[in-house]
Every structure is written in structure tokens, then in C-alpha cells.
Design a protein around this ligand. Structure first.
Ligand code: CU
Length: 279
């Protein structure tokens, strides 16, 4: 890239960076958390988390702050940070955005008395390349709202002696369902279609953020955290597996939802919350 191209790209990034927007709230009503990032480009940044009371005044001794940042869709391993050093109700944490894309950042404050206040924020880390990929993925789908996609993750273990191939998926929750693989190049994640999902004999396939996943497009209704929907996976043997998918912001430790169909064991079935588009 030429120097002027680089400048243009930088300008592009700066123009497209939007403020972190508050997403969900699980917090005692007398504590308010706010989060801003000094830099919303790939790489080093500083997260400023402000703790105020119900009158909007800084909280003097807020407690211990934990940060967990997950990528919304084409995700990677979560990034964690923690500190107990606040100055006049403001925490300042060095942080690294490891990928371009949409992030969900959870700020969790443990008060000195043990109370927990937690708040999640959406942060867009945009790059010229990720914008391009986004446009490529969405072509032909200009009628879709930005939130009109979700991804399903799960673990599938094959206890049998022969390979199994999942050839298609269907659900009343979405118009179109595709198998994707997330590819990371130059710190940018993009998705490539997969023809099918192979679970080798005696092996396990993990569908997870940053890897293979089942993509839902054209949602029939909002996918709300704590709700469930059903998904049917069709095997090359002709069998159809009926699965309950939990909707969650990020992977739970254990959902204890394992279900067996013959040699196959499905577990940790979850999907990202998302808003349905206008239909
Ligand atoms: Cu995808």
C-alpha cells in the first residue's frame, strides 16, 4: 500500500469508528458503568471504565474490575483484563484489539462488599479490509438489517467407526442456513462457505467462535438471550438430528445439554443473540 493509500485507509477507519454502545445491563441500580476505548483500531488501546453512583458522581472505592471481550460473530479467543486500581471512579486498562470486527465487551465490577455490577458494551473495530469482506459477504442481501445474522456453535463427537458428514441444516428460526469456516489473514477474520461438516470416526468437531460454525441468515424473529430454538441437522446417512439451541452472548462453561443420536453426541449447543431484520 502506498503512503497516501495508507492515509486514506486510516481516515476511513477513523470515520467509521463509532462510540461503544451499551447493550445489556445486570447491575445494582445504584451503580452505573460506562466504557470507552482510546483506540478502536487493531492493536493496543486503553479501556476507560467509569463507575458512577445514581447521582452521576464518581464512586471513590469501586472495587475490582474484570473485562472480558468476545468477538460477536467471527470470533477468536476472548481477551481478558483486570485491575483493582481506580482513580476517582475511573479504571484505565491497557488492552489489545486482536481482530477487526464486532466485539462484545463485558465489564464486571466486584464491589468491596461483594456485590457485583456488570454491563456489556458493543465495540466496532473496523479496518478497511474488514469493511470490504463484510460487503462481500452481504452482497445480494441488501435487504438485511445489520443484525440479521447469527451463528450456531456446538461440539459433535463421533463415537463410531465410520466418518459422519452433516450435509444440510434447517430451522424455522432462519430463512437460510450455511456452514462457514472463519479464516484469519493479516489479523482480519473472514468467512468461507463449507460444503458440509465432517465428524471423523472417533473424533470431535468443535464449532466455535474463530472456527467452523453454522450461519443463520434472514432471522424469522429476534434471538433473545436465554431463549432456545430448534435446529435440524441432516446426515449423509439420511438421519435428521433435532437439536435445541440455547441463545447466549458467549459460550457458557457447560450447558449440560448433551444429546445422543446413535454414535453422535451433540453438546454445548448455543447461538449468538441477534435482531431479526425487516421482512
Ligand atoms: Cu459465518
Amino acid at each position: 500500500m502506498t503512503a497516501s493509500g495508507r492515509m486514506t485507509a486510516l481516515l476511513f477507519i477513523v470515520l467509521l469508528s463509532c462510540a461503544a454502545c451499551r447493550q445489556g445491563q445486570v447491575t445494582p441500580s445504584d451503580i452505573q458503568l460506562d466504557l470507552t476505548a482510546s483506540d478502536k483500531r487493531l492493536g493496543d488501546s486503553i479501556l476507560l471504565v467509569t463507575v458512577t453512583d445514581r447521582d452521576g458522581q464518581p464512586v471513590a472505592n469501586p472495587g475490582k474490575l474484570n473485562i472480558r471481550a468476545d468477538m460477536n460473530h467471527a470470533g477468536m479467543i476472548p481477551v481478558f483484563a483486570e485491575t483493582d486500581q481506580a482513580s476517582n471512579g475511573v479504571y484505565s486498562l491497557p488492552f489489545e484489539w486482536t481482530m477487526g470486527g464486532s466485539w462484545i465487551v463485558e465489564a464486571r465490577l466486584t464491589r468491596p462488599n461483594g456485590d457485583v455490577a456488570s454491563q456489556t458494551f458493543n465495540v466496532e473495530i473496523l479496518t478497511e479490509a474488514s469493511e470490504h469482506d463484510h460487503a462481500t459477504m452481504d452482497q445480494g442481501g441488501s435487504d438485511q438489517a445489520a443484525g440479521d445474522v447469527s451463528a450456531v456453535y456446538m461440539r459433535i463427537t463421533n463415537q463410531g467407526a465410520s466418518d459422519r458428514v452433516i450435509v444440510s441444516a434447517a430451522s424455522a428460526a432462519a430463512e437460510r442456513i450455511e456452514f462457514h469456516q472463519t479464516i484469519v489473514e493479516n489479523d482480519i477474520a473472514r468467512m468461507e462457505p463449507l460444503d458440509n461438516l465432517l465428524i471423523p470416526a472417533g473424533g470431535t468437531l468443535n464449532l466455535q467462535p474463530g472456527g467452523a460454525h453454522i450461519m443463520l441468515r434472514g432471522l424469522a424473529a429476534d434471538l433473545q438471550p436465554a431463549d432456545k430454538f430448534s435446529l435440524q441437522l441432516k446426515c449423509d446417512t439420511g438421519e435428521v438430528y433435532e437439536l435445541d439451541i440455547s441463545i447466549a452472548n458467549m459460550m457458557m462453561d457447560e450447558l449440560n445439554d448433551a444429546v445422543e443420536y446413535g454414535d453422535l453426541v451433540f453438546s454445548n449447543l448455543w447461538a449468538r443473540p441477534a435482531k431479526a431484520g425487516e421482512h
